[in-house]
Design a protein around this ligand. Sequence first.
Ligand SMILES: Cc1cc2nc3c(=O)[nH]c(=O)nc-3n(C[C@H](O)[C@H](O)[C@H](O)COP(=O)(O)OP(=O)(O)OC[C@H]3O[C@@H](n4cnc5c(N)ncnc54)[C@H](O)[C@@H]3O)c2cc1C
Length: 459
Amino acid sequence: MNIENGPKRAYDLAAFRTAIGNVRIYDDPKQVELRSRDYFWYSPILAEDIGHLVGDLVVVPKDQDEVRTVVAAAARLRIPITIRGGGTGNYGQCVPLEGGIVLDMTKLDRILEIAPGRVRTEAGIRIARLDDAVRETGQELLMYPSTRRIATIGGFFAGGSGGIGSLRNGMLRDDGAVYSATVMTVEPEPRLIELKGVDTHKAQHAYGTNGIVLELELGLTRATDWAHTAALFPSYDAALRFSVKAADDGLDCYLLTVVDRRFSRFYTKFGELFPPDEDAVFAMVAPAETERFAAYAAEFGGRVSFSMSLEDLHAKGLQPAYECGFNHTTLQALKAETGWTYLQVAYPRPFDAGIVKRQMERFGENQYMHHEIGRLEGETQVFGLPLVRYYDREDAYRVIREYEELDGCEIYDPHVYTIEDGGMKEIDGDQLAFKRLADPFGLLNPGKTRGWTPDMAAR
Ligand SMILES: Cc1cc2nc3c(=O)[nH]c(=O)nc-3n(C[C@H](O)[C@H](O)[C@H](O)COP(=O)(O)OP(=O)(O)OC[C@H]3O[C@@H](n4cnc5c(N)ncnc54)[C@H](O)[C@@H]3O)c2cc1C
């Protein structure tokens, strides 16, 4: 429901400005509004509920010392802080519900060390810059979101879950993905806490509610010169079954995205490479596997439409395969037409392609199908990101209930802004305990976790 915009608590912004001295500030209302938004507008429900909410000031510290200055002042003056990386989250994660400061982390972008199998970096670096740098050492990131170019690694850690590469290397929560996280507490005298191994889960996917992540140490793998590929199929069912078989048989791919033919009108740059009468699988395939990929596709009545290096794609003005999947698929449609939203779905394992067939019959023109193939607990996991015709709130939740009750799917509700109502489902006791330690006054991104109520704040 629509959250009241005011009256905001009266924060002593004048004292805050004095306390932070020369740290860069944006207070122009247009800039503040721009940096109080993310991609919540994928959901008309979130747009209505929180789309109008803005912070009071944006601060852009240039280094960790300046972050400390900002945080100390905000803690002393009890001003809320909403941390912002690239601002590409879909759940309104960066929208300040109670005003206050938007803390832009993008200047904290130093890579601290690249070693075999690991990289230590500041959290505000854009993922593309980080991945490009580790590639120069013959390594690559285990995974990244399709927003690789804009998203920061800290935002991915605090707001994401997996993405391109997860098919091969698992999810962010899996062993070996994140080795350590350095977190700054929000107190008048901020402290640094180093989380290692599974303890990093305490701050991971916490929407920046329990500490400011300054540095991360991530796992790397040997770089592959992925072939950006698409295969075309006579039916969606064939495209989906091909992708699941390829994953089950361990075909070395970094991405397998299945896209309904009805999306082709949004992929205009691809022309005949993705025509309206065939369903597509966009993939990143190891060069040594491209022949096997083509042979598998043929088994399902498919054919390879293109297979190019990143450089060739760029030369032809086409986007890389990783911008043809995940929520970039949704984005192509939302940029072109109104009246749509989307869903995030996990299908039961072992996967039954019959469920999708039935869903396509049931929803007809009200849904365009799109699936991502991933790996969870060592098994192939099929995720759905269908484009869903939006009528109203009631209908959106009727569709969700059908996925859950008729099809046995799990929905990560994209129309909500708390951690628990979305993917997490329940309050994470470890994250909450860590919040008591790292954010004792409850100033970080208030309202985004149901586990914390204002009465829990230290005085
Ligand atoms: C087109 C599109 C495609 C996407 N594809 C994927 C995908 O493939 N996989 C996926 O997981 N997500 C995906 N997303 C969601 C989002 O892009 C990712 O989660 C991304 O990693 C967020 O990074 P960001 O820097 O933009 O974070 P932001 O949106 O800036 O922040 C995300 C959350 O993290 C917090 N945060 C940011 N930096 C820090 C920090 N240093 N310390 C503590 N908290 C912090 C913020 O407060 C916020 O709650 C997609 C979104 C879009 C719009």
